[in-house]
Design a binder for this molecule. Structure first.
Ligand code: PLP
Length: 402
């Protein structure tokens, strides 16, 4: 990847996505489930650019969505309705209505109260809505607390006993069709055991539903496969698939997997230029043109991203904080990172920026979000243009009272 050329062609700050890498990841995971009925439903929130979603759709991927906006993106990007799943703890009536009207694969229901709303709205529409229920298996996923979702302490899903009641209710309803069961215990998972244990709990639930004549079709194992940012040892797709399949003995279910980060994280690079070097006492700072409004993960989770300096500088390495222009001390990409002395306009490449990067961006400090560029077969093209000042004020300027 010629970062210098890309930066000079498209300017910085800039997101670059290697679509060929995404293909490779997709194929590896799909291959792991070979011989089983399976669907990969790309978790759109990890990188919701339409061209990225379309890239996966062309390989046969479905879409896991957590808002009706994402459902609309999936449709626009060419994902067929029967491969779209809608999850999330707080769906509004309007979102539920639209999802039912669009006849997506199923709505992933996350509470008894939500089940009631879905039933009522389906009734109003004279529809029979396919649902799955998100089970919270109360298993510690051993990941960062902000991205843990599989403990009763987390807001996601329902406990096993509630789930059973909900399936019985749904099965007795004219307007609900329970077709699936779902769990997603967290993100950036690097341990197989919690996944395996969760799958076992959920598979047992499927068997106990079978015994009361409730037959499900889809076993949705969520996403969460971790990636290497620094030196994490990750789960191999093959081992992941084997572990899950091992819990499904005697069950004929289509496996749905909802990978996000695994497909996109290491396909993405965030390019930012050095503006200045400065020192406060002995403390060294490298000030760059990108900021937390572009890539929030370091500020939000103290996440590590590898940073590569592209420079002529042959100086010794020394520790520096890499910081952006935003007026927050939490605005940094790295702390105490070993870097050579850098010049104005040297380039820093922030690696592993393809997941939860652009999408978590904001316009804080009235900064337009970066352009996004896709690279495929050595060719690059813009897939979202850089936001200009006019874009940022478009929804306000007509309301300005002078
Ligand atoms: C976020 C999310 C995913 C994807 O998680 P990754 O860690 O990016 O793989 C999958 N399913 C659901 C329901 C999610 O909320």
């Amino acid at each position: 990847m010629n970062f210098r050329e890309l930066a000079s062609k498209y300017k910085t700050p800039l997101y670059i996505y290697d679509l060929d890498y995404m293909t490779k990841q997709y194929e590896e995971l799909k291959e792991a489930f070979k011989g089983r009925k399976s669907l990969l439903a790309y978790a759109i929130k990890s990188n919701s650019n339409l061209s990225v979603i379309n890239h996966f759709a062309q390989m046969g991927s479905g879409a896991d969505c957590v808002s009706i906006g994402e459902v609309r993106r999936a449709f626009l990007a060419g994902v067929p309705s029967y491969k779209i799943i809608f999850s999330g703890v707080g769906k509004s009536d309007e979102e539920i209505r639209e999802a039912i009207e669009k006849e997506i694969l199923y709505i992933n229901v996350e509470s008894e109260a939500e089940l009631g709303r879905v039933e009522l709205i389906a009734k109003e529409l004279g529809a029979n809505c396919r649902i799955s229920i998100r089970v919270n298996p109360n298993i510690d996923p051993l990941t960062h607390p902000y991205i843990s979702t599989g403990l009763h302490d987390n807001k996601f899903g329902v406990d096993i006993d509630s789930a059973k009641r909900m399936y019985i209710r749904a099965n007795n309803s004219e307007h609900l069709d329970p077709v699936g069961i779902h769990f997603h215990i967290g993100s950036q998972l690097t341990e197989l055991k919690p996944i395996y244990e969760s799958a076992e709990i959920v598979a047992d639930m499927v068997r106990s539903l079978q015994s009361i004549k409730i037959e499900l079709k889809f076993f949705d194992i969520g996403g969460g496969l971790g990636v290497t940012y620094k030196d994490e040892v990750t789960i191999k797709p093959y081992d992941y698939a084997q572990a899950v399949l091992g819990t499904l003995k005697g069950l004929d279910l289509t496996i749905i997997c909802e990978p996000g980060r695994f497909l996109t994280a290491n396909a993405g690079y965030f390019l930012t230029k050095v503006l200045y070097e400065k020192k406060n006492g002995a403390k060294r700072f490298v000030v760059v043109d990108g900021a937390m409004n572009d890539l929030l993960r370091p500020s939000l989770y103290k996440a590590y991203h590898k940073i590569e300096a592209i420079t002529e500088s042959k100086s010794e390495l020394s520790e520096a904080d890499v910081v952006g222009p935003v007026c927050e001390s939490g605005d940094f990409f790295a702390k105490d990172y070993m870097l050579p002395t850098l010049e104005h306009n040297d380039l820093l490449v922030v690696h592993s920026a393809g997941a939860y990067g652009f999408g978590m961006g904001s316009n804080y400090n009235t900064r337009g979000r970066s352009a996004e560029v896709a690279v495929k077969g050595g060719e690059s093209r813009v897939i979202r243009k850089r936001e200009e000042f006019e874009d940022l004020i478009a929804l306000e300027k007509d309301y300005l009272v002078k």
